[in-house]
Design a protein around this ligand. Structure first.
Ligand SMILES: Nc1ncnc2c1ncn2[C@@H]1O[C@H](COP(=O)(O)OP(=O)(O)OP(=O)(O)O)[C@@H](O)[C@H]1O
Ligand SMILES: [Mg+2]
Length: 251
């Protein structure tokens, strides 16, 4: 895919978003005008056939959010490498093409930290730095993708116990700021896999719901059942069947 086809709306000559309310609630996040997006980030470009599963998933998710009132949504999977960050990024990009939505994507997988790479953002201290109190303001962490409705909060890998950060007062502060955002905001959290450690469970219970990514031919029924049990009582808003040959959603 060439750089132009997955470029944000600005590059496609489409109108952009207005002033951006940062997750921090004060000030304005920096705007990335020419992000070096991963070629696998197709959700910004509805003309790309590979964006269709994400647009379908987008519609199903919005329906679910409207029904339930959920706004803070985690994306996890039973085991690693199922495609969580890929799905979270493309879903966020797809949602951000809707003019009536404000979308925030927060990387809470502090041990893998892949969202920054997907969006080509490497100049922020990251969410981990905010959680460890090295960075004071969340506004310094976020980056708006120019002329889209998407603001990304990447992280860098942290070398302290990520589980402790998940239940820290800084985390509570981040989540309460997310809850204070405008009603049309959708806040997606890229989470670690459920079986890797207790990070996902610790955060998921503070969110409104989770999407569970299942890797076709790899994730088995027992794994999925085990993950759902561990996530209980967090509402599971849907499962997403991810296939490396194109991706199928099943929410
Ligand atoms: N449907 C897909 N089509 C093409 N590539 C995919 C698809 N799903 C995942 N990938 C690729 O597979 C790799 C693993 O995906 P990703 O990093 O999203 O998984 P993850 O579940 O977030 O992994 P981790 O548990 O390590 O965080 C990445 O290179 C990603 O781009
Ligand atoms: Mg990931």
């Amino acid at each position: 895919m060439d750089r132009h086809s997955n470029a944000p709306r600005e590059a496609q000559g489409l109108p952009g978003a207005g002033a951006w309310p940062p997750l921090a609630g004060i000030g304005q996040v920096a705007v990335v005008s020419e992000p070096d997006l991963s070629p696998k980030l197709v959700g910004f470009d509805s003309k790309d056939v590979r964006s269709r599963p994400f647009n379908l998933l987008r519609a199903q998710l919005i329906k679910k959010l409207t029904e339930t009132g959920a706004r803070l949504v985690g994306i996890t999977s039973p085991a690693p490498n199922a495609g969580k960050s890929f799905v979270a990024s493309n879903l966020a990009a797809s949602l951000s093409q809707l003019s009536n939505k404000k979308v925030y994507l927060v990387d809470l997988d502090l041990r893998r930290a892949s969202i920054g790479e997907i969006f080509g953002i490497n100049d922020t201290a990251g969410v981990g730095s905010f959680l460890t109190e090295s960075t004071e303001a969340l506004v310094d962490v976020g980056r708006q993708i120019a002329k889209t409705n998407l603001t990304v909060y990447p992280t860098r890998k942290v070398d302290v116990s990520s589980s402790e950060l998940m239940v820290s007062s800084r985390m509570d502060s981040l989540l309460s700021r997310a809850r204070a955002l405008e009603p049309e905001a959708i806040i997606l959290f890229d989470l670690p896999p459920v079986f890797a450690n207790d990070d996902a469970m610790l955060v998921a219970e503070k969110l409104d719901g989770v999407l569970v990514v299942v890797e076709q031919g790899v994730t088995n029924k027992k794994q999925l059942q085990g993950a759902l049990q561990l996530l209980h009582p967090t509402p599971v808003l849907g499962t997403i069947l991810n296939r490396f040959d194109g991706g199928t959603t099943d929410i």
